[in-house]
Design a protein around this ligand. Structure first.
Ligand code: NZQ
Ligand code: ZN
Length: 381
């Protein structure tokens, strides 16, 4: 194991009715004015909007609604939320949604506490925020694990970049699988593939081979695959959704990352694909992963072999990657760029821009050059 300092500041309320339990206990730790942030129409259709409003009213809170946080949240939306929080004297942010809503709120929480521009601070001055509005996160679509960490993935449309920005940790998170009951089947599977990707990308970073974090990561991968298969048979299997919700949290709460270096190159490529298209994050990863892994197979053969045995019961690295590819098909996830249903046509020119602008990770099994990224992307056409 490498040296590490581990701290985990998010209190988790897991299971049935934890929404009301958490809001009753946690919302009184902060002031009177709560910003209730959410996405589009889903919250009002599935009744979660009314449940949140009722719980906050019971606690005597003044509620400022902040709707309309879009999938792949933009930096402009962050600024809109921060301006509203400042104008209305918000004491606490409650993010209710999937990764997009939660990520947007992490940066609103930081931007609301400073007049400096967070993007400029982090990327030009390399100064990271230290003060935040407190926030809580209620997960209505699981997979990203966004409620577990302080990194937010934000699209800066002006700059044409989708990347990680550091913001607030949620002081508490509500994980009730029943809140995800209305998420469409394909989106649940896409979210679960994102979880699988987080565990794989963590495991495949360059590190020593004798690391308890790797064994835990392999167990999380295996459990994610088993429960995705259960969900394909029965999308309403709450036990499977429950396991997947905790797999999602485990993959991003830092436990798999301690004592090791992580990879996340596939994520960097997919994020930049997301900056130029509107493709779904988990689905973009499903397309990219097999091609990327075939490309780096020889750089991490032993690790791929362990992965093959532990996750898919196969003998060799090649068979493991083939099993992953077959599993993606079995789940009905896209396997080619053309299946991503992007509104923007994904052409070789778009892929060249992705390759030329995505972050390159320095310490994955091997640092890729930009032509290799392009080659990997073209294999997905
Ligand atoms: O906007 P509404 O109407 O609420 O619909 C949303 C949205 O269209 C819908 N939804 C959410 N809860 C629902 C529901 N529909 C029915 N019933 C419910 N209970 O789901 C749609 C997509 O939501 P979104 O939040 O975009 O999905 P996801 O959770 O997959 O988040 C994706 C974002 O998270 C980032 C991704 O890059 C992407 O921007 N990620 C964040 C990470 C992090 N912070 O740690 C890590 C990930 O690797 C990822 O990059
Ligand atoms: Zn992800």
């Amino acid at each position: 194991m490498n040296e590490f300092v581990f701290t985990y500041p998010t209190k988790v309320y897991f299971g049935k009715n934890s929404l009301e339990k958490a809001l009753q206990t946690e919302s009184n730790r902060h002031g009177k004015t709560v910003m209730f942030a959410y996405g589009g129409a889903s919250l009002k259709k599935n009744g979660i909007y009314d449940r949140v409003k009722e719980s906050l009213a019971k606690e005597g809170k003044e509620v400022v609604d902040f709707p309309g946080i879009m999938p792949n949240p933009t930096y402009a939306k962050v600024q809109e939320g921060a301006a509203l929080a400042k104008e209305r004297g918000v004491d606490f942010i409650l993010a209710v949604g999937g990764g997009s809503v939660i990520d947007c709120c992490k940066i609103i929480a930081a931007q609301a506490k400073t007049d400096k521009d967070i993007w400029e601070m982090e990327f030009s001055e390399k100064v990271f925020p230290t003060e935040y509005l407190p926030m809580g996160a209620v997960v209505t679509a699981s997979g990203t694990g966004a409620e577990q960490n302080c990194g937010a993935v934000i699209t800066n449309e002006e700059k044409g970049i989708k990347t990680g920005v550091f913001g607030a940790y949620a002081s508490f998170a509500v994980l009730d699988p029943e809140l995800t009951a209305s998420v469409p089947a394909m989106q649940v599977i896409s979210g679960a593939f994102d979880t699988l990707s987080h565990a794989m990308e963590t495991y495949l970073g360059n590190s020593d081979q004798d690391n308890v974090s790797d064994d835990v990561a392999l167990a999380v991968m295996r459990n994610t695959v088993v429960n995705m298969r259960r969900l394909i048979k029965d999308v309403n299997d709450m036990q499977a959704r429950s396991n997947l919700m905790w797999d999602s949290a485990m993959a991003e709460n830092g436990i798999l990352k301690v004592g090791r270096v992580t990879d996340f190159q596939a994520h960097q490529i997919e994020h930049q694909l997301g900056a130029f298209t509107d493709c779904n994050h988990g689905q973009g990863l499903a397309v990219i992963h097999p091609a990327y892994y075939r490309h780096i197979l020889k750089d991490a053969e032993e690790k791929f072999e362990r992965f093959a045995k532990a996750v898919f019961g196969k003998d060799t690295a090649e068979e493991g990657i083939q099993a992953l590819s077959d599993f993606i098909k079995e789940c009905g996830l896209p396997t080619k760029m053309g299946e991503l249903k992007s509104k923007v046509e994904i052409t070789p020119e778009v892929l060249r821009r992705v390759a030329d602008t995505c972050n390159i990770i320095k310490c994955n099994p091997r640092e890729l050059d930009r032509d290799e990224v392009y080659e990997i992307l073209m294999e997905c056409m």
